[in-house]
Design a protein around this ligand. Structure first.
Ligand SMILES: CC(C)(COP(=O)(O)OP(=O)(O)OC[C@H]1O[C@@H](n2cnc3c(N)ncnc32)[C@H](O)[C@@H]1OP(=O)(O)O)[C@@H](O)C(=O)NCCC(=O)NCCS
Length: 187
């Protein structure tokens, strides 16, 4: 079953409308498709699992340079990971998030890092991602931060430290200033 990758802005229209439907089913906005779900400044790239023209599962990879522990690192993260409700539990989501891990490693990024609700830890772990214990990913902006330890949230930070310099830095039990902005407040 083909796994397709496009810059988000170049996803063919017949696939994009299905991706939007899947995203709306998971995170309803009630809005018409804006054409892209992410801030173009984060270079969104879509990974789609497609069977005979039907999108079974989708995710987006976002990219940003971050400052952390005295260094600058190229970080990529997962966003909008979703499988068609009728197709869940068949390994499609797992295949996609593993492919995303391989794409992050192959891209030259220093690390992959993103947050998820705690119950989904096992899903991402099974695909090769690992938890950064005690880490807090700080979304939003420096003036209007939106951290994963926001009251009421129960989130964990998942990562893959790809380069030696990323592995040499301290990430566990640290606040990581991602600050992706106001469109993608937290990834
Ligand atoms: C999470 C999601 C993408 C998984 O897709 P999928 O195609 O069913 O994934 P797989 O078949 O590869 O793996 C399913 C595994 O994830 C687990 N899982 C899925 N959603 C879960 C949840 N909310 N809490 C705990 N475990 C969950 C399943 O129990 C299953 O575990 P098992 O393999 O031990 O039985 C899909 O459930 C989905 O689209 N959910 C709604 C959107 C969402 O929450 N996305 C994640 C945002 S961080």
């Amino acid at each position: 079953m083909p796994l397709l990758s496009f810059p988000e802005a170049e996803v063919p229209a017949e696939l994009r409308c299905q991706v939007w439907q899947l995203q709306e089913a998971a995170w309803p906005s009630g809005e018409p498709d804006p054409g892209s779900s992410h801030d173009p400044a984060l270079a969104p790239e879509s990974l789609l699992l497609v069977d005979g023209g039907r999108v079974l599962a989708a995710l987006d990879l976002l990219t940003k340079e971050i400052g952390h522990d005295g260094g600058r690192y190229l970080a990529r993260g997962l966003s909008c990971v979703v499988t068609d409700p009728a197709e869940r539990g068949r390994g499609h989501g797992g295949r996609l998030v593993r492919a995303a891990l391989e794409a992050v490693r192959a891209s030259g990024a220093d690390l992959g890092v993103f947050s998820c609700d705690r119950p989904l830890r096992g899903f991402y772990r099974a695909a090769g991602w690992r938890e950064l214990p005690g880490a807090v990913l700080v979304g939003g902006t420096a003036r209007d931060p939106f951290p994963t330890d926001w009251p009421g949230f129960d989130k964990v930070v998942m990562a893959d430290l790809c380069t030696g310099r990323a592995r040499a830095a301290e990430w566990e039990h640290r606040r990581i200033a991602l600050h992706p902005g106001t469109v993608d407040r937290l990834w």
